[in-house]
Design a binder for this molecule. Structure first.
Ligand SMILES: [Ca+2]
Ligand SMILES: [Ca+2]
Length: 184
């Protein structure tokens, strides 16, 4: 059974291989453009900054240098069931310089398209055990972040060799560039 985390709650990630899944429905209204949600990861070192520019995993950089993180690619509309974008993480392969992984969801061109999560039906982000397909936790974005255009979903961090997940759930009316400037 999936756990719906409260903000700030911490969970152990007992699965070394897990998948971040982002899903949403297509825009069926006659107004406005397509909904293009983006899942991105920032792989951070001890100093809470990107280990390098190649450690920002997003639609234009789909693999980390150590191949521990692989993004399925950019979905522009949300067409189809289940996860529309996935990022697979294998903690057994991850570079030891990486101490923290921040997971962010943004709406592409939200400002010019006048969009927010409240308009995007059935939008969610979740963590699934890659090997068993068991859902570890999930956020419903359209209910929890109706007026926002960006959500810091959570951070996966290494504490004394164990990987833990902290649900951050911080919504912002910002774009992806804001996070890039924060972590670069
Ligand atoms: Ca996308
Ligand atoms: Ca979909």
């Amino acid at each position: 059974m999936a756990i719906n985390l409260q903000k700030g709650q911490r969970e152990n990630i007992n699965a070394p291989k897990f998948t971040i899944g982002l899903g949403w429905d297509t825009n069926n209204t006659s107004t406005g453009g397509a909904f293009d949600l983006d899942a991105s990861l920032f792989l951070l070192g001890e100093n809470k900054k990107l280990v390098s520019d190649n450690h920002f995993i997003f639609y234009n950089n789909l693999e980390s240098p150590d191949k521990a993180v692989i993004h399925s690619g950019d979905n522009l509309t949300g067409d189809g069931d289940g996860d529309d974008e996935q990022i697979k993480i294998d903690l057994t392969k991850i570079d030891s310089a990486i101490k923290e992984i921040t997971v962010v969801v943004t709406i592409h061109e939200a400002e010019s398209r006048k969009q927010n999560f409240g308009q995007v039906r059935n939008s969610f982000i979740r963590i699934v055990n890659t090997e068993t397909n068991e859902e570890i936790l999930k956020y419903e974005l359209d209910e929890d972040f109706s007026i926002e255009t960006a959500v810091e979903f959570g951070r996966i961090y290494n504490r004394n060799g164990d990987w833990k997940f902290e649900a951050v759930g911080a919504g912002q009316r910002e774009g992806l560039d804001k996070f890039v400037s924060m972590y670069q």
